[in-house]
Design a protein around this ligand. Sequence first.
Ligand SMILES: [Zn+2]
Length: 82
Amino acid sequence: MIQQPQKNPCIRCGKDRITVDVHKEKIGGSLVTSTKTACPDSECQALVDLLLEKERLQRERLVNMNQQHIFRRGRKKTKNIH
Ligand SMILES: [Zn+2]
């Protein structure tokens, strides 16, 4: 039986996600366990994967937009000083 360190409900259906993969590796002298969890419903998990990918892309776009905004503001400020 695979031990589940913490409850991790699926963000879509709320079912308890199951641990599909456990990796143990030593990083800097301490043992680090990384677990990969998935929804017991494989169709739901596929949708969750899509959702997370979409969110990741949106976040990336947002970060890029913010950086451009700061860059533009910074240039404007410099312009005003001179
Ligand atoms: Zn689910």
